[in-house]
Design a protein around this ligand. Structure first.
Ligand code: FES
Length: 157
C-alpha cells in the first residue's frame, strides 16, 4: 500500500492551475505564451480581461500568439496570421461571413462555426496569473495541434 499522498493522480494534475507569470508583465505586453501541463497556450490581456487558448490555430496550426486582435460583429477575435481565420477570445468560436446565395445583393453577415479553439480558464491571485486547462469533454479542432509534432515549445523530456 502506497501511503505517499504527494503523488497526484494524472487527471487531477491536468486540472490544477499553473502560474504563468506576473499580472504586471502580461498587462504591459498584452500577451504571453506558456506551457501548462505540457500543453502550449497563449494568454491575452485585452480591454481589461484575460483570455487563454491553445496556441496553435484549429485550421492548420498557425501561431495565434503572433496574430492581431480585432473586433468582428462586436466580438474581440484573434486573427490567425496564416490564413486570417477569426477566433473569438471569449469562447473560441470560429467566425465567418455568410451571404444568402438567393439574395447576392444582401450584405454578408457574421456567423459562427461553433467552438473550434479550446479556451482555458485564467485566474489572478496576489499579482500572479494562473491558467487552468479546460477539461470540457467535447472535442475541439485545436486539440489536434495541441499535441505531438506541432508543439512550438519542445519539452526537454
Ligand atoms: Fe490559422 Fe489557417 S492556420 S487560419
Amino acid at each position: 500500500m502506497n501511503l505517499d499522498d504527494s503523488v497526484e493522480e494524472p487527471e487531477k494534475k491536468e486540472c490544477s492551475p499553473v502560474c504563468v507569470g506576473k499580472e504586471d508583465n502580461i498587462k504591459k505586453s498584452g500577451r504571453m505564451t506558456a506551457v501548462v501541463h505540457d500543453r502550449e497556450v497563449v494568454i491575452f490581456y485585452h480591454k481589461g480581461e484575460y483570455h487563454a487558448m491553445d496556441i496553435r490555430c484549429y485550421h492548420s496550426g498557425g501561431p495565434l500568439h503572433l496574430g492581431e486582435i480585432e473586433d468582428f460583429d462586436g466580438r474581440p477575435c484573434i486573427v490567425c496570421p496564416w490564413h486570417k481565420y477569426k477566433i473569438t477570445l471569449a469562447t473560441g468560436e470560429g467566425l465567418y461571413q455568410s451571404i444568402n446565395p438567393k439574395d447576392p445583393s444582401a450584405k454578408p453577415k457574421w456567423s459562427s462555426k461553433g467552438i473550434k479553439q479550446r479556451i482555458h480558464t485564467v485566474t489572478v491571485d496576489d499579482g500572479n496569473v494562473y491558467v487552468t486547462l479546460s477539461n470540457e469533454p467535447y472535442k475541439c479542432d485545436s486539440d489536434f495541434y495541441a499535441t505531438g509534432d506541432f508543439k512550438v515549445i519542445k519539452s526537454p523530456f
